[in-house]
Design a protein around this ligand. Sequence first.
Ligand SMILES: Cc1ncc(COP(=O)(O)O)c(C=O)c1O
Length: 389
Amino acid sequence: MEHLTLRKQFQLNFDITFLNHGSFGACPIPVFEDYQHWQKKLEEEPVQFMLHQAPELLKVSREALANYVDCDPIDLVYVPNPTTAMNIVIKSLPLKAGDEILMTDQEYGAINKVWDYYAEKAGAKIVRLKIKLPINSKEETLKQFWSGLSSNTKYVFLSQITSATALIYPAHEICRKAKELGLISIIDGAHVPGHIPLSIHEMQADIYTGTCHKWILSPKGSSFLYATKEMQQIIDPLVISWGYKSPNPSDSLFQDYFGFNGTKDISAYLTTPAALKFLQTFDWETRKESCRTLVKHYYPIVAKLLNSEMLSPLSDDYLGQICSFPINTKEPVALQQLLYKKYKIEIPVTTNGDQHFLRISYQAYNSAQEIEYLMDCLKDIQQTTNYLA
Ligand SMILES: Cc1ncc(COP(=O)(O)O)c(C=O)c1O
């Protein structure tokens, strides 16, 4: 019943079997209260808060986050989400006609669009390497990835954990080789912080973005952009504000540019220390381990039930707390709606290329019984509809 105690720490509707932590996370009550505490402080004295307290509070929160993801706090700024982070970065890159950007065919849809938008404008070429599924080994994946390298490649881009296929890709190895080759490495770690170990310092990515609101359990709209000091020289703010030619410049232009982009509620950013404390108080490392054990137990069982397959070996090298099943359906939208409306299961049916996937997230508030219930419902759907082959 341990998971029930934990479930009560969250605000999720008890009528719903919630197997979709991955999309937007879920914020526990103590962290949400901290969020409201900051909102109240802001409304009690907006001027003092915005002008005098916010900069120092943000610094404290940024330092806590930098310590957690292992980078220099001066190289990290808060942004609302990874899409914003990637817009900032890609718009700033000196892309020119003929340049190539190497990435996989499993990148996140919205961020693919950002790349397409700016690459089309510049006449640059995006090389989306097909990674064969299921993946068998890191070596094989790396070989496939690097087969797209050419003398025009300038940038490599990778989701460290993919969205639709829910796989961990070898970001460390890719960043290391990119460095050797003189390429810029850009990592989308939307699903990484709080989910699998992360040391940006060890990875040596040139650019890294991640969320706090997914697996660190912050309220929605808290994410970060990390950039090496060299990359900071070329990164323009999306919004020019007081940080440009600041009358009181700090010793970091990057911080000046992104510290204040006009009036907004920064309360979600300020909750990082409370969220990290929650993870520690509730011994999240042990709970994450239990989630990974559940993934390894149920991945083959659910795959068999769905006449599907696992997308990787059962190893921490490829799998965290999410796993995806390729499914044979002509009705992905209706299937997801049926799961929600009839069976009260919140679970995503995602698409990558022309393949649909059912993705299960395991968070500490989930139980084995919920997966058993999902399986019963999937059997029922197989027997009573033509949504699943
Ligand atoms: C791999 C990946 N990158 C980026 C994002 C971006 O999220 P947002 O729409 O919040 O910017 C997501 C969201 O789930 C994701 O899975």
